[in-house]
Each structure stands twice: as structure tokens, then as C-alpha cells.
Design a protein around this ligand. Structure first.
Ligand code: MN
Length: 135
């Protein structure tokens, strides 16, 4: 094995069960054991955002463009700008997305659970209510 350029991946529209509004992502990397790393670029159109969800092994987001939000359940809203990096711990319910008047793009890094775990990488819950989304 040596360094190799990976195949380019298609931009995929985020499914309506997981996202409010128009969201597009590219899955750039999904490691094979012993790596369980996952790397996506996610592009949110203005007002678009994830449903409530949690990651079995946590998640790190790095904002590359635009203005957005991340919020854990019961915690304060965090505004995101290009260059910001945020980490959400394993099992913590949260959402992320664009502000109402800006696009927002972030890289998302997470890991699959250990082999043999019956927990999914990401567990999806309810879409945000209009009252839960700021503005
Ligand atoms: Mn997340």
C-alpha cells in the first residue's frame, strides 16, 4: 500500500428524514478496519439543518464556509464561522446547520463503533420543530 488518490465521490442530497431544507454531502473517506474514520463535507443551504441525532463515537466539525449553528440538547446555541472546529462527545444529542440567511459548509469527522457493536454510527431522531430552530 502507498499513498493513493481516492476516487472522486458524487455529491448526494441529504434525505428528508435526516435534514430540514436542502443539504448536500460528499463522503470523502470511510476507513476499513483497523481504521473506522469517516470524513464528509456537508453543504447546508440557508436555513437547512440536521434533525436531532447522536454519534456513537462522537463527531468533530470544521467549518469551511458560511455561518451556521451547532447545539446540544439543553445547551446553549453555538454560532459557527469559517475556521471554527467543534467537538460533540459520544452519545450526545445535537443538531447542526446553516443560519437562516447564509450557506454553511463543514467537514465532518467521526468514527464507526468498534466491530461487534450493535450501535449505529449515527442515531437519528426527530426533525427540529420551528420553535427549536433559532430565528
Ligand atoms: Mn452531528
Amino acid at each position: 500500500m502507498s499513498t493513493e488518490k481516492l476516487p472522486r465521490t458524487a455529491t448526494v442530497k441529504g434525505p428528508a428524514e435526516w435534514f430540514t431544507g436542502d443539504v448536500y454531502f460528499n463522503a470523502y473517506y470511510a476507513g476499513t478496519e483497523p481504521s473506522r474514520a469517516r470524513l464528509n463535507l456537508v453543504r447546508f443551504t440557508p436555513g437547512a439543518h440536521t434533525a436531532w441525532h447522536k454519534h456513537a463515537v462522537g463527531q468533530t466539525l470544521h467549518v469551511t464556509d458560511g455561518v451556521g449553528y451547532v447545539q446540544s440538547r439543553g445547551e446553549e446555541l453555538i454560532e459557527l464561522h469559517p475556521g471554527d472546529t467543534v467537538h460533540t462527545p459520544a452519545g450526545e444529542w445535537h443538531w447542526h446547520g446553516a443560519t437562516g440567511d447564509s450557506f454553511m459548509c463543514h467537514l465532518a469527522l467521526w468514527e464507526a463503533p468498534e466491530p461487534g457493536s450493535d450501535e449505529p454510527e449515527t442515531t437519528w431522531g426527530e426533525l427540529l420543530t420551528p420553535e427549536e430552530y433559532p430565528g
